[in-house]
Design a protein around this ligand. Structure first.
Ligand code: SIN
Ligand code: FE2
Length: 216
């Protein structure tokens, strides 16, 4: 069958001040990215973290890079050691580096130098409540977020939790970049609808690249 979208070019969609969606930007790299997610997870497995309040998150997470986002009894932190394996997190796969460089440059952030990639895996029903990404020391750098597999509804608000929300469907290959005025905007993911994707099966993956340590 003729697939009219097979070689469609990525396109940009404004999302807010300093924020945009690069639609299908990761589409052609997706197969390699999913393979590399499996490789990262074979060393630092996906796990459902427990918040300081004792709540088990529905999203399963792991990390790669110099440090990783994790929880402990006192709060959230970026740790150089995976507390599950007691080893360093795996390094960035080459496909991850290539993608964040291209995406950040396309979104107008050519100097982006992330040191952490948080990997999220959503099973049907998993969600991420409205939150700000504010545990990073360097807020001049954007967040670069890559969606793979099943589609999900992304909520993007403002600086206050009860600011009005934009809801957009993020599909396989979409990349969202937010920085500058919107760097601390609240955002979240609505409960994932069950489905099947040829590359990821019954789940959605999300990669978020973060620059945690201050760079000169
Ligand atoms: C996040 O806010 O860390 C992840 C967002 C997403 O899964 O798209
Ligand atoms: Fe986030």
């Amino acid at each position: 069958m003729l697939d009219l979208f097979a070689d469609s070019q990525p396109w940009q969609e404004p999302l807010g001040p300093g924020a945009m969606i690069l639609r299908r930007f990761a589409f052609s790299a997706a197969q390699q990215l999913v393979q590399d997610i499996d490789a990262v997870a074979s060393r630092s497995p996906f796990r459902q973290m427990v918040t300081p309040g004792g709540y088990t998150m529905s999203v399963a997470m792991t990390n790669c890079g110099e440090r990783g986002w994790t929880t402990d009894r006192d709060g959230y932190l970026y740790s150089p050691i995976d507390p599950l394996t007691n080893h360093a997190w795996p390094p960035f796969p080459a496909s991850f580096i290539h993608l964040y460089q291209q995406a950040a440059a396309a979104a107008g952030y050519p100097d982006f130098q992330p040191d952490v990639c948080l990997l999220n895996r959503y099973a049907p029903g998993a969600k991420l409540s409205l939150h700000q990404d504010k545990d990073e020391a360097d807020l001049r750098a954007p967040i670069v977020s890559v969606s793979l597999g099943l589609p999900a509804i992304f909520q993007f608000g403002g600086l206050r939790r009860n600011d009005p929300l934009i809801r957009v469907l993020l599909e396989h290959g979409d990349v969202v970049v937010w920085g500058e005025e919107s760097r601390l905007f609240y955002h979240g993911i609505q409960p994932l609808k069950a489905g099947f994707h040829p590359l990821t099966g019954d789940c959605r993956y999300n990669l978020t690249f973060r620059q945690v340590d201050k760079k000169e």
